[in-house]
Design a protein around this ligand. Structure first.
Ligand SMILES: *[C@@H]1O[C@H](CO)[C@@H](O)[C@H](O)[C@H]1NC(C)=O
Ligand SMILES: *[C@@H]1O[C@H](CO)[C@@H](O)[C@H](O)[C@H]1NC(C)=O
Ligand SMILES: *[C@@H]1O[C@H](CO)[C@@H](O)[C@H](O)[C@H]1NC(C)=O
Length: 386
């Protein structure tokens, strides 16, 4: 009933207003997940159209890999919260250059565009560039100092995004441990996070684990589908999905290094809708299940078994398929949307699969934002073709 009402309201609104106006008509509270807005493609819509798309979807948190002024300008006044990035570690270790960068690429957009975090480098410690590993913390410290000097320290966090591959052990979660060869970098990094109060960011892809061992990794377990779960013998906590187990493994690894004071956030997670012949599991049904189930859980405010009161915080990868990404076919096919604004799949928000599920009551408080998400998709699909 409500779904129909929203649909007809949206459809009629659409006839008379632009996508941006549809947004102001949307009454649902914003969705709680963020999205990665990668731009390694030659066919993406203009940032102002993307701004309209995300507002119609009620997505209010976006992560960039740079600090593209065109994007930051297009989102001024929208209330959308941004993580921006800078991967130029070498220059950032120079305090003066770090300050110039913050003054030119972050400060001018505040407060109209809500930039709340700067990530310095991406997956540096799981790479092979030891010079970059050594520069990582000094670069983060320079950026932090620049924020302090410019009076932005309480407003903008400094962090870096890690691959889960920095863990040597991730199962059982209570045994989570960082790679020993990285301890020399991670210990001072954790001390920094503890001091300045910034989050620890992890890029986590259960898809990679499944692709590597489809015979032994349970598909329902990685896709958040019903399954018996696995019990951590040391804590007796039961995990029904790999992502939450990975998050708790990071908490355990940090605790083993003396830090129970740092929040873990998922800076990237997702599932490709297409892949090469040898990329088992990269297909539309799995991508729709992974992202759809994840978003429902996020909407319900779930925490992990270890931290049930701390809602899991994710940035889904990614907004668009990116045709210029190097690597296997899967790399180009993580998007929720094609560049023309058409959804790649419907994320399971088609009332049919949502309402009759036995766990509906668990999600009742979230049915509104999720149904609005579906409507947003429908509205935007229409908006892009009008
Ligand atoms: C480092 O900064 C200089 C300007 O100070 C700039 O010309 C150069 O492109 C930067 N390096 C990189 C890798 O961006
Ligand atoms: C910075 O990170 C901390 C820890 O996750 C969080 O509590 C705080 O709200 C963040 N600050 C901003 C401006 O987002
Ligand atoms: C886990 O459960 C078993 C069996 O119920 C019990 O013997 C054990 O003490 C529990 N361990 C913890 C850490 O709660």
């Amino acid at each position: 009933m409500e779904l129909c009402a929203i649909f007809f309201f949206s459809a009629f609104t659409l006839l008379f207003f632009s996508a941006n106006d549809v947004v102001s008509a949307a009454t649902a509270p914003p969705l709680k997940f963020g999205i990665n807005y990668g731009q390694i493609a030659n066919n993406l819509p203009h940032p102002t159209q993307v701004s309209g798309l995300l507002q119609a979807l009620s997505v209010n948190r976006v992560k960039l890999y740079d600090a593209d002024p065109a994007v930051l300008t297009a989102f001024a006044g929208t209330g959308v919260e941004f993580i921006v990035g800078n991967e130029d570690l070498h220059n950032l270790t120079d305090a003066r250059k770090a300050r110039v960068w913050v003054a030119q690429h972050v400060q001018p957009f505040l407060p109209a565009t809500r930039i709340t975090c700067v990530t310095v480098g991406n997956e540096v410690l799981s790479g092979k560039d030891t010079a970059a590993m050594q520069s990582l913390l000094p670069a983060m410290q320079s950026v932090h100092q620049a924020l302090v000097d410019l009076g932005l320290a309480g407003k903008v966090n400094v962090s870096t995004a890690h691959s889960v591959n920095i863990l040597a052990t991730s199962y059982p979660p209570s045994a989570g441990a960082f790679r020993e060869d990285l301890a020399q970098y991670i210990q001072p990094l954790l001390n920094f996070h503890g001091e300045v109060g910034s989050p620890f960011l992890i890029n986590a892809y259960p898809f990679f684990a499944y692709k590597a061992s489809p015979g032994s990794v349970s598909l329902p377990y990685v896709l958040f589908e019903p399954n018996p779960g696995v019990r951590d013998p040391a804590t007796n906590l039961t995990y029904d999905n790999m992502l939450y187990a990975q998050i708790d493994a990071v908490y355990a690894a940090m605790k083993a290094m003396g830090h129970a004071d740092i929040t873990v956030r998922i800076s990237e997670t997702g599932w490709p809708s297409r892949g090469d012949a040898d990329e088992v599991g990269a297909n539309v049904p799995n991508a729709a299940a992974y992202n759809g189930n994840l978003i429902k859980r996020i909407a319900a405010g779930e925490g992990t078994p270890l931290k049930p009161d701390v809602p899991v915080d994710v940035f889904v990868f990614a907004l668009f398929n990116e045709d210029m990404k190097p690597g296997p076919a899967s790399e180009k096919n993580y998007g929720l949307f094609y560049p023309n604004g058409t959804p790649v799949y419907n994320i399971g928000f088609d009332g049919a699969s949502f309402s009759p599920s036995p766990t509906t009551s668990t999600f009742s408080s979230s049915s509104r934002p999720t149904s609005t998400f579906l409507m947003g998709v429908v509205v935007l699909l229409a908006a892009f073709f009008l």
